[in-house]
Design a protein around this ligand. Structure first.
Ligand code: SF4
Length: 520
């Protein structure tokens, strides 16, 4: 699959072999309506190639400037200036990065605004991403309420016109709130706004330096596995069939987006069962639980729906079997991970956690001829093999699980990210910090020699990561929604044309049935 995404203009001509840094082909051009705005921005700029041009106040002057001015070549453009804040949560000096600008008839979408707003926040500035409206006249209080009700965050008098001057080059809009309207308060809020514009100018330069045409190499497979899809569907169906609230012990899967979406639909996530009211429905997460948790739920009379991934349940069954047969079970995994805690709980007297090769030396099983090993399902394939190899060396008669414990989804995603990391300058992994399999994808890429970062969404991308990067490898952990990958590609298209190619190393067709409690 190859697809080109451009912020504006046509896709033809995108050269994925040698993407050209946009900013280096002319630097940053800042457009500001007023002399004091231009002056504030100018004082914040540091790069010799950055320029500020004043366009004059209001849409008429902006239109004239766009029509008649012939700015010297530039690589990326930022419209900067003050604005009227429309919502009560904005204060003078707050920055608004436009996700779109509209003059009421035409709307221009500006991808990557969330990312730029997050970078401004990292620089210590109060920044928000939101919709900006360009109005013909000074905003009156009545207009303010109406525009806010229409979903706009701020209003100015030029941006919708000025963004057209960028043509097919990257463009962003950063406005500083001077007051809640172009009225008397503008004077008192003006200083705060001008200060913010000055400080934001440096970030605008970093944004321009990150602008370039890029190739995105998508790893396939990526994102949701069958166990995660099943777990999410179980909660959704429980909510449909039993109504909110439905309690979920621990995060249903380790992803903040998934958890927050389900919370909005009525799921209540708790750490332990004592937070669940008597008689309520509780779902056990995909990572599984120990028998002690199951009995506690039964003792409380809770209505349990088990979303444990069948591949985790398989490891639990193996732990029970080996323990029953008198084996010491070496469980290769990470301390504190919920899946590991659940598996350890199956046979606590017979199971020992082994995290590293070094841990193997300290094992002291009662009968060295009766050792078996099991694994957490989401380990790094190579590292887990090192540990099981060390165990085999020390206990040659060691029993192994009937089939691999590291699941198909973990194995496939690691192979897929390796295939893109070797050809990428940077790898982005969509996933949450507590997602074991997502963290392993970052480590896998780094071991291939490519810088890699774990991000929950596009706004976690730091501008410095993109500097000098032509090819971005992109994947998502098994618990990260596919929509996050689309969001990241869209955000990258805000920096210049993006050509997307998918590199599929294998296809997956695994599906798991649902528990009877939620079958319709
Ligand atoms: S990553 Fe593997 S073990 Fe975990 S839920 Fe997905 S399929 Fe199941």
């Amino acid at each position: 699959m190859t697809e080109t995404i451009q912020q504006t203009g046509a896709a033809e001509g995108a050269d994925t072999a040698e993407p050209e840094p946009v900013a280096s082909s002319g630097g940053l051009l800042v457009l500001a309506a007023l002399r004091i705005e231009a002056s504030a921005v100018r004082r914040g700029l540091r790069e010799a190639s950055s320029r500020v041009q004043r366009t004059g106040m209001g849409a008429t002057r902006a239109r004239k400037w766009v029509k008649e001015s012939q700015p010297s070549p530039f690589g990326a453009m930022v419209v900067m200036g003050t604005a009227a804040g429309l919502t009560d949560d904005l204060s003078p000096g707050d920055l608004v990065v436009a996700t779109e600008v509209s003059d009421g008839t035409a709307t221009v979408t500006l991808p990557g605004a969330d990312l730029l707003a997050a970078e401004l926040r990292r620089a210590g500035l109060p920044a928000h991403a939101g919709r900006l409206v360009t109005v013909p006249k000074v905003v009156k209080p009545a207009d303010r309420a109406r525009l806010a009700a229409d979903g706009y965050l701020a209003a100015d008098m030029e941006s919708a016109t000025l963004v057209g001057a960028a043509a097919d080059r990257p463009v962003a809009v950063i406005r500083a709130v001077s007051d809640a309207g172009f009225g008397p308060g503008m004077v008192s809020g003006g200083l705060a706004a001008l200060r913010s514009l000055r400080l934001a100018a440096r970030v605008a330069e970093r944004w321009a330096a990150a602008c370039a045409e890029r190739a995105v190499l998508l790893a396939g497979p990526r994102s949701f596995c069958a166990g995660v899809e099943r777990a999410i569907e179980i909660v959704e169906r429980a909510l449909d069939l039993r109504g909110a609230p439905v309690y979920v012990r621990k995060q249903i899967v380790h992803n903040t987006r998934v958890v927050s979406d389900l919370e909005q639909r009525g799921a209540v996530f708790v750490d332990e069962l004592d937070e669940v009211p008597d008689g309520a429905t509780v779902v056990f997460s995909a990572h599984g639980v120990s028998p002690a948790v199951r009995s506690a739920a039964a003792d409380r009379g809770l209505s349990v729906i088990d979303a444990t991934c069948p591949l985790v349940s398989k490891v639990h069954a193996e732990a029970r079997r080996f323990a029953r047969e008198g084996y010491t079970v070496a469980l290769i995994g990470h301390a504190g991970h919920e899946e590991v805690e659940g598996t350890l709980g199956e046979a606590p007297e017979s199971t020992v956690l082994v995290q590293t090769v070094d841990d193997v030396a300290s094992l002291s099983p009662s009968d060295p001829s009766k050792v078996a090993y099991l694994m957490q399902t989401t380990l790094a394939v190579d590292e887990a093999a090192d540990v099981s190899g060390a165990l085999r060396e020390r206990f040659p008669q060691m029993r192994a699980p009937g089939s691999d414990d590291i699941c198909y989804a973990t194995t496939n995603r690691q192979a897929a990210v390796r295939a893109v990391a070797t050809d990428a300058d940077l790898v982005l992994v969509a996933g949450s910090k507590n997602s074991s399999n997502s963290v392993r994808l970052v480590e896998r890429s780094q071991r291939a020699g490519t810088p890699a970062y774990l991000i929950d969404g596009a706004s976690d991308i730091e501008l410095s990561w993109l500097s000098g990067v032509s090819v971005v490898g992109l994947t998502a952990g098994a618990s990260a929604p596919p929509a996050v990958v689309d969001e990241i590609i869209t955000a990258l298209s805000g920096f210049g044309a993006v050509t997307v190619t998918e590199r599929i190393t294998t296809t997956e067709s695994v599906q798991f049935g649902l528990p009877r409690e939620v079958r319709r």
